[in-house]
Design a protein around this ligand. Sequence first.
Ligand code: HEM
Ligand code: HEM
Length: 218
Amino acid sequence: MSGTTGAPSEFFYVWHLPVRVTHWANVAAFFTLALTGLYIGAPAAVAVHVPQMTYVRMVHVAAGYVLLCSVAIRFYWAFVGDRGASWRAFFPYLRTDGRRKMIEELQFYAFLRRDPPRSSSVINVSHSIVFLGFVVEIVTGFALLSVAGSHGILAPLFAPLFALVAPQNVRLVHVVVMWFLLAFTVEHIYVAVLLDWKERSLLLASMITGYMGHERRH
Ligand code: HEM
Ligand code: HEM
């Protein structure tokens, strides 16, 4: 740290391009999906604006394809990319030192420790749950698309799912997971702003530039 301004004197390249591009593609797709999804689900909208509904559904499905591609690229990068973006970072509880770091972080969050954690294992676990949420949205979304008309391989692909679960329940899961992701978004932005400010880590800008004021700790 440089003493006078509080600005970092050194920068660390922590987010490679695929992580940044997929993050913002996910965000754009997610906000589009949530907005159009809320419109699709609102009974008043169905009754009053039927012609618009076709257009809104089309935008929803197009954004669905964007999310599918973006999540697929991030998954691929988790296996072939840099260490910081590896799938291993998302499952710290599989390693002894990861479990220790998680306990230290949780103790700090529970006001049982004074010194702030030097790692972000719990945050990484929360991101793994968000990616799981995305996968559930993609599976249930394409399943809903398959019952809405003939869509090539989609109908035979999801026939086994609908043999077990009624479409209404698939829809329920689709909506409940959206609310979970929206709740995460509120917490996520709050934490990103808070850490950027308190740690002077340039965390917010790092998701655009790739550079942070300190090394990313797992
Ligand atoms: C994070 C991602 C997503 C969110 C937040 C989201 C949200 C929603 C919501 C709120 C609804 C209305 C359901 C209701 O109230 O009954 C809906 C319906 C639907 N979604 Fe999504 N969705 C997402 C991803 C996807 C994806 C990836 C697809 C795949 C193409 C998709 C396809 C559909 C379809 C086909 C419907 C039903 C439309 C209808 O019944 O006419 N969604 N979505
Ligand atoms: C629009 C405001 C947003 C900002 C400023 C923002 C900022 C950030 C930052 C700074 C990180 C790195 C955090 C770290 O690991 O220490 C991050 C990661 C992440 N964010 Fe966001 N985010 C935003 C919206 C969202 C939304 C809406 C979602 C999903 C619903 C989301 C999901 C994620 C995920 C899954 C990661 C981990 C990325 C990866 O490892 O590929 N973000 N975000």
